[in-house]
Design a protein around this ligand. Structure first.
Ligand code: PLP
Length: 383
């Protein structure tokens, strides 16, 4: 039996988080109180966006995003096959078609050239939008996507679930924090415990558009609005103006989100230090995700590629290291296969899936644990 038991990801909760949650439990509001708004404005400030809307999870955030952008039945949206199913599912929620573009074999991000070729192969108006994913924490170069989107009348939703605190540098040398809204219509973050900021469940949508912000807020809460109606009707009065949902985040979760957000900058620095040690140990021996210079990876994951992925997965488990696979390509999941996506030509994604494995990556991963993981990986590949 190994003396280690190391998961691939773990939340970082300490007394500050616990105190914040307890304080909220004895306050006036458990939900829809001041903590939600405080979390939203702190998050908007953190990423440099004008507006942020807290939601019950990122899946809900993605759903609201496509609705706010008026995605309709039979519309078409492009995304990557190497992501969690929720990225593609939001397109299906609207009854629209998912079109996958293959990934780049080195960055594992959706390949811009493939997206461009796909968009240009169809008449204008054929596609409605693109959902690129900052996979593993590596930011997509959204400047290129925005130029393409502008030319073809597409919207962009950035799935930034893996990337709070990451940035890419644009052609003017400006560092664009993921979610700042400069090159996207909307960006979506997740606060599931394996992610950077843990709320139990939770998510955030950021934007610079006031119109989209108001639409998201309405859809998040049943399509109900109360604003400025009391004067004519009475304080109790509200109207349901469209069919919305209850996708709200609670005050309890927001209190936790606030203390978690305060730790994120330091957490991303620690994740990058771990990545640096992994890279030093694996350079020239094991392939890992590559990064354009001047970009900053939030390192939700540290993905490597090996020939015998199943063998390494089992070897690590036997030694108490619980690595994970991100992801089974979405087009190969039974639901998507049944629609006919199994015939899709997405060779890079499939080749990647056969070789990828995510090593432990979280801010509290100790140095001895890092050394142990490195030793076990190198033992296996050098065997
Ligand atoms: C890339 C990506 N998008 C969306 C989601 C959905 O997030 P949530 O679990 O908060 O709904 C996840 C969660 O794993 C994810 O990794």
């Amino acid at each position: 039996m190994s003396k280690y038991k190391i998961p691939y990801g773990r939340q970082n909760i300490n007394q500050v988080d616990i105190d914040a949650v307890i304080e909220t439990l004895t306050a006036d509001f458990l939900t829809q109180g001041p903590k939600v708004q405080e979390f939203e404005s702190l998050f908007a400030e953190y990423v440099g966006a004008k507006y942020a809307v807290a939601v019950s999870n990122a899946t809900a955030g993605l759903h609201l995003s496509v609705l706010a952008l008026d995605l309709q039945k039979n519309d078409r949206v492009i995304t990557t096959p190497i992501t969690f199913a929720a990225t593609a599912n939001c397109i299906r929620y609207a009854g629209a078609e998912v079109w996958f573009a293959d990934i780049d074999p080195d960055s594992y991000l959706i390949d811009f050239e493939k997206v461009k070729a796909l968009v240009e192969s169809k008449p204008k108006g054929f596609f409605k939008g693109i959902i690129p994913v900052d996979f593993a924490g590596l930011p997509v170069n959204l400047e290129k996507f925005k130029a393409l989107a502008k030319e073809h009348g597409l919207w962009i939703i950035e799935d930034a679930c893996h990337a709070p605190g990451a940035y890419f540098t644009d052609s003017k040398g400006v560092k664009n924090t993921c979610g700042n809204g400069k090159y996207t219509n909307l960006s979506v973050f997740s606060f599931h415990p394996v992610k950077h900021i843990a709320c139990g469940e939770g998510g955030m949508v950021t934007t610079n558009s006031k119109e989209l912000y108001q639409r998201l807020k309405s859809l998040r809460s049943h399509g109900i609005t109360k604003d400025s109606m009391a004067e004519n009707h009475g304080g109790w009065y509200y109207e349901m103006q469209e069919l919305g949902f209850n996708y709200r985040l609670t005050d309890i979760q927001s209190a936790l989100g606030i203390t978690q957000l305060a730790k994120n900058k330091e957490g991303v620095i620690l994740r990058n230090e771990i990545a640096k040690r992994y890279k030093k140990a694996f350079k020239g021996i094991v392939k890992y995700q590559s990064l354009e210079s001047n970009n900053y990876n939030a390192h939700h994951l540290f993905v490597i590629e090996v020939d015998d992925r199943k063998g390494l997965y089992e070897h690590l488990r036997t030694n108490g290291v619980f690595a994970q696979i991100h992801y089974i390509p979405v087009h190969n999941l039974p639901y998507y296969k049944e629609i006919g996506y199994d015939k899709a030509n997405l060779k890079n994604a499939e080749n990647y899936y056969n070789r990828c494995i995510s090593l432990p990556m979280f801010p509290t991963l100790r140095e001895d644990e890092q050394n142990f993981v490195i030793e076990k990986v190198l033992n296996f590949v050098n065997e």
